[in-house]
Design a binder for this molecule. Structure first.
Ligand SMILES: Cc1cc2nc3c(=O)[nH]c(=O)nc-3n(C[C@H](O)[C@H](O)[C@H](O)COP(=O)(O)OP(=O)(O)OC[C@H]3O[C@@H](n4cnc5c(N)ncnc54)[C@H](O)[C@@H]3O)c2cc1C
Ligand code: FES
Length: 280
């Protein structure tokens, strides 16, 4: 299977790399063709050039594209949490350093079912795909060459973190027009408890989109099933190639005779919640 025509592998100049929250950074990478083609929910692979350790790239969601003075996309923003080797090295990059990136990858968010109200549910670093998604849903921006078109009246973001100083990008989501509801495990920010419990207490949206750790996504899939709300989940499965070759990223999905594996990098990362086969 060959990658889509818009696929590019480029050396991208770092335009900025700033702190957003504890251990959380926004890196701006100059990559004209990827910025012009990428859509909300898609991702790029990033690796550090000239290194054999770590050898492999890592997947990162599009946070947003950056426009020049003629409103043409010329760079992408990625928000990352430092958890290991690549993210630790990314945090050391300065302006004019370079990274290797390839993309756009993955399927992107599907159109919402319903025109009134959709809710996005994020846990941990799972908020990152939702800024561009909010802007697209509310018709502020078009992506991948599309014109801006309003798709829904209202977008709510339910965002849960372990503790307050890990919350990253809240102002960006509010400025994009979403109503933001915050939750924290230790009660230091917003609702004290799981973000899915907070969502459960609020009005029912017409469509749910989720991204975050697997237990949160499983709870969200169960909530959506119980309430009969369509739900799409963006999986954060570790990946080695990002382009469908290595099968390191497989996830089980339901089939007519049981279940089978699908590659998250090419068949996802976004899946219908009810199509996923959850391991209890
Ligand atoms: C489609 C997609 C989009 C993503 N978008 C973002 C994003 O926008 N921002 C962001 O910060 N991260 C994102 N991630 C997760 C990110 O790819 C990993 O955190 C990254 O690979 C860590 O690389 P590292 O070299 O720093 O850590 P490593 O040294 O590879 O790992 C450090 C530790 O983290 C664990 N780990 C690594 N990856 C994962 C994972 N995916 N889930 C659970 N544990 C993991 C390892 O087991 C290890 O314990 C995304 C993942 C996917 C699949
Ligand atoms: S990451 Fe290699 S097949 Fe998905």
């Amino acid at each position: 299977m060959s990658p889509p025509a818009s696929f590019r592998q480029v050396t991208a100049q770092v335009l900025a790399n700033i702190t957003l929250a504890r251990d959380t950074f926004l890196i701006r990478l100059k990559a004209l063709e990827i910025a012009a083609a990428i859509r909300p929910g898609q991702f790029v692979m990033i690796r550090l050039p000239g290194r054999t350790d770590p050898l492999l790239g890592r997947p990162f969601a599009l946070y947003d594209t950056v426009l020049d003075e003629r409103n043409q996309p010329f760079a992408i923003d990625v928000v990352y949490l430092v958890v290991g080797k690549v993210t630790g090295l990314l945090a050391q990059l300065r302006e004019n350093d370079t990274t290797e990136i390839w993309g756009p990858l993955g399927n992107g968010f599907p159109e919402p079912l319903g025109r009134e109200h959709v809710a996005l549910v994020a846990g941990g670093i799972g908020q990152t795909p939702f800024l561009a998604h909010i802007r697209e849903l509310l018709g502020q921006r078009g992506y991948g060459g599309d014109k801006a078109r309003r798709r829904v009246e209202r977008v709510s973001l339910y965002y849960g973190v372990r503790t307050a100083d890990l919350a990253a990008g809240v102002d960006d989501f509010q400025n994009a027009g979403a109503t933001v509801h915050l939750a924290s495990n230790d009660g230091s920010l917003g609702f004290h408890g799981f973000v899915t419990d907070l969502l459960d207490r609020h009005a029912n949206p017409e469509h749910l989109y989720g991204c975050g750790p697997e237990p949160m996504l499983h709870a969200l899939a169960q909530l959506a099933h119980r309430k009969g709300i369509p739900c799409h989940l963006s999986l954060e499965t570790p990946m080695a190639c990002g382009v469908g070759i290595c099968f390191s990223c497989v996830t089980p999905v339901k089939t007519s005779d049981g279940w089978d594996y699908r590659r998250v990098c090419v068949d996802g990362p976004i899946f219908d919640a009810q199509a996923l086969h959850w391991r209890e």
